[in-house]
Design a protein around this ligand. Structure first.
Ligand SMILES: *Cc1c(COP(=O)(O)O)cnc(C)c1O
Length: 223
């Protein structure tokens, strides 16, 4: 068995065990394929991975063209001048983080007579350099989103501050789950909580993530 096949099995096992510890439903695995060649992505698809995440539009488009049968997610910072390349191609955009982008997506989706699935990105560590809404602004923001009929809000996404020990990220994941739960109790129909990467996905799942985004653990370290 080749290395990629082995890594997929390992990651799936660890994911399943973490989900069991958390006592909640299965977790979706998004394979992050930035800097991964299209040949290896095709191999991963053959091995059973079906959802892939990309963070740069220019890098992603040729890959999508080669593997249109896969489900592609956009996980990077998105500029408003790129929405035309994204709407209609990606099943889900994880990085909706400002009103101007919401309006741009709405305009493009309306033009193409399509719906666009989005997650609202939350800057849970309130880090200056990071995208995402301040946690205190999320409720008002998603309330406003209901005025944009071509956006389909599916949930929240977060990238907590980088820490050496994944345990240090636990309070951020927990805060995200609390925010997610309180918005749901408030009547917002949120399904997905996208958090956890190679270093910390088990902690994220234990705290309630139901979609994890894993790159280097599957495909090896990036250059
Ligand atoms: C690169 C990236 C990931 C995956 O990171 P790994 O540490 O390689 O698992 C997940 N989410 C986002 C937003 C990324 O940019």
């Amino acid at each position: 068995m080749n290395e990629l096949a082995q890594q997929i099995i390992k990651v799936r096992q660890r994911l399943q065990q973490a989900a069991q510890r958390a006592g909640h439903k299965p977790v979706q695995l998004l394979a992050v394929t930035k800097q991964v060649s299209v040949e290896r992505i095709e191999q991963a698809y053959t091995l059973g991975l079906t959802k892939f995440g990309e963070s740069k539009v220019q890098e992603a488009l040729p890959k999508l063209a080669r593997l249109p049968q896969a489900e592609w997610h956009y996980i990077g910072r998105l500029q408003t001048n790129k929405v035309k390349d994204v709407v209609g191609r990606f099943a889900l955009i994880h990085s909706l983080d400002r009103w101007k982008l919401a309006e741009a997506l709405e305009g493009e989706a309306a033009k193409k007579e399509q719906q666009v699935g989005v997650l609202v990105q939350v800057n849970i560590g309130r880090e200056e350099q990071k995208g995402g809404l301040d946690p205190a602004e999320v409720s008002d923001f998603i309330h406003e989103l209901s005025s944009l009929p071509h956006l389909r809000l599916e949930g929240l996404m977060a990238i907590p501050p980088q820490t050496a020990d994944p345990e240090e990220a636990r309070p951020y994941f927990r805060a995200m789950f609390q925010l997610f739960s309180s918005l749901r109790s408030g009547g917002f129909k949120l399904k997905l909580l996208s958090m956890g990467m190679s270093q910390d996905f088990e902690v994220a799942v234990e705290e309630g993530a139901n979609l994890v985004r894993i790159g280097s653990l599957l495909f090896g370290e990036r250059a």
